[in-house]
Design a protein around this ligand. Structure first.
Ligand code: 1PR
Length: 556
């Protein structure tokens, strides 16, 4: 198989890129020193994280000159995400550090006054306006396909500027900002999106580049799809995973976080544990199924954090490795991301735990209980960061976009807002004694312990610490099939700029339409309705499409 040289200088999920390259018929050889680059025929520079960190690391280790020589020699070069950004002259993210200057221009931060930042999700890379391409596809890009982006900085698109210098440009639009999704000139091709995370559409792009197929014919696309430019509504399938009573790792699903079968009378069994852990299937197989139905992301939550093995042997690592071989959309892993101690007494930091997960194919880690404790301490310190929390250490090493905080709130009803110091909302669903107000109490340990800390305090604290996305569960709605808690989602959306994923309560496709229209989350997640086979991800997307909402269509 032909070989591709890959530079692994930064942290991040490189495994998925290797899997994607192998999937399209190539093998990977690692570049371990600047000298290796002179031996490379085709070179790929991937990247996630911080522009300044990335460019200064490359310069310090002597790679910048070697990469620029490779580009000057005319041999094929591809940059991905920060690998594209490094080709620019500079970035607002770190004005003290210079880029390679291969592409004229500079990166600016997205305006967050009217939208969430980072920009996370599926957006276009549209070349249909590029006159130079004469209606053909650039490296397999299609105007009706969607690609996975995750970034806060982008190159604003100014019509004609780069084209005048011989660049072909693919554009995307976020809110009213048009930016560069991909660029190509001679032997250089670079994408702001992650093709290795963009399903079949992304694999097609990688293959076209590696096969040196710069332009090709486009299939016919109906006008209805071409008008779907912009960020799509993201649908996430969530798999709660735990060991059942026979010791097998299974996908399970609870009602209000209780994952055990009820006895036939509907009550708990005499041992107080309830029945067996519900077993809804095998994690890797179910992830594959949701991928093939068009899920835009898959989240695994390891809901039993006890363990009797070293962190490096955690069974979830193997699940991620296997899943990332065939599932080419972003994978999130949650559960047990915290400082910990191995059975032999060795300390393992939250950052080390996260690193193991990223190396095994995860794109994001999701932090639950530890984030609540860290946020409480942040408030106790007078809202001062201390730099040592899991959120801070992981986001500074891997970027904010890699850190999700999973929130498990529960309603506490009050008759009068003055009876609590917490932020309350007036609810359309009064409490058991007719209380018209409630606050959302945060919990830890899978909802088992409530804290004197509300959801607004938690989300604002974790945003300040460097969390890039909120996974907003709701214990009251979990497994209820009654629809999302719109009041909760609106309340959280009002106080953070980072994306919010609505979770808990989805029972029918209409619930997804309702939540996007009434509470405007950045993504919505479903579990039980998919696991029980009641509806498919595809049906949810068809419903959204019928309501005129933008979605990513699954491509074979
Ligand atoms: O505290 O960092 O170890 O993380 C533990 C993680 O496990 C947290 O993300 C927490 O939300 C999750 N978790 C813990 N216990 C449970 C449980 O169910 N007993 N699951 C649990 C949380 C909630 C959602 C669920 C949606 C959608 N699961 O992820 O998938 O509510 O369900 P639905 O569509 O069927 O209503 P840490």
């Amino acid at each position: 198989m032909p070989t591709v040289h890959l530079l692994d200088y930064v942290a991040g999920n490189i495994r998925s890129l290797v899997n994607a390259i192998e999937k399209v018929g190539y093998t990977v050889e690692w570049v371990k020193s600047p000298e290796d680059i002179s031996k490379a025929d085709t070179l790929i520079l991937p990247g996630v994280g911080h522009f300044g960190y990335c460019c200064s690391q490359l310069a310090k280790s002597g790679y910048t000159e070697a990469i620029c020589n490779h580009i000057r020699s005319g041999k094929p070069f591809m940059g991905i995400c920060v690998g594209l950004q490094a080709l620019l002259e500079s970035s607002e993210e770190d004005s003290a550090v210079k880029g390679f200057g291969v592409i004229p221009g500079s990166l600016t931060r997205f305006d967050d006054s009217d939208k969430s930042v980072p920009h996370i999700g599926w957006n276009s890379a549209n070349t249909s306006y590029a006159k130079s391409l004469g209606g053909k596809s650039l490296y397999g890009l299609r105007p009706d396909s969607k690609y996975y982006y995750v970034h806060s900085y982008a190159v604003p698109y100014r019509a004609g500027e780069l084209e005048k210098l011989g660049w072909d440009v693919a554009t995307a639009r976020y809110g009213d900002q048009e930016f560069i999704g991909a660029v190509a000139k001679d032997n250089v091709f670079a994408t702001q999106f992650h093709p290795e995370k963009s399903g079949a559409a992304g694999l097609r792009v990688i293959k076209a580049f590696l096969d040196s197929r710069r332009v090709s014919d486009l299939p016919y696309t109906p006008d209805s799809l071409l008008s779907q430019e912009g960020l799509t509504r993201r649908i996430i399938a969530c798999l709660d995973v735990r060991t059942n009573d026979s010791g097998d790792l299974v996908v399970t699903k609870g009602d209000q976080y209780d994952v055990r079968e009820k006895s036939s009378s509907g009550t708990e069994t005499t041992d107080g544990k309830g029945g067996a852990v519900r077993n809804l299937g095998k994690p890797v197989e179910m992830a594959k199924k949701y991928y093939s139905e068009g899920a835009d992301e898959v989240t695994f939550l390891n809901i039993t954090s006890f363990r009797n093995c070293p962190v490096a042997d955690l069974p979830m690592l193997e699940i991620l490795r296997k899943t990332s071989e065939t599932v080419f959309v972003p994978l999130t892993i949650g559960g047990g991301i915290r400082d910990t101690v191995d059975p032999d007494g060795k300390k393992v930091s939250a950052l080390d735990v996260a690193t193991l997960y990223f190396k095994s194919g995860a794109d994001k880690v999701s932090i639950g209980s530890d984030a609540v404790t860290a946020a409480e301490e942040y408030f106790a310190r007078g809202k001062k960061l201390d730099g040592t929390t899991a959120i801070e250490t992981i986001s500074s090493a891997y970027g904010n976009q890699a850190v999700v905080v999973s929130v498990d709130p529960r309603r506490v009803y009050v008759a009068d807002p003055s009876s609590t110091s917490h932020h309350t909302i007036k609810t359309a669903f009064p409490g058991p004694n007719g209380e018209e107000y409630c606050w959302y109490q945060t919990t830890i340990k899978g909802g088992r312990e409530g804290r004197d800390f509300d959801v607004r305090q938690l989300v604002t604290a974790v945003e300040a610490m460097g969390c890039g996305e909120i996974l907003l569960n709701c214990i009251d709605r979990d497994g209820s099939n009654k629809g999302f808690d719109l009041e909760l989602i609106r309340d959280v959306k009002a106080v953070v700029k980072i994306p919010v994923v609505a979770s808990s309560g989805a029972g029918v496709p209409e619930h997804f339409g309702e939540v996007f229209e009434a509470a405007n989350p950045d993504a919505a997640l479903g579990a039980g309705m998919f696991h029980r086979g009641e509806y498919t991800v595809k049906q949810v997307k068809e419903h959204l499409y019928s309501k005129g909402l933008r979605i990513r269509k699954f491509e074979e």
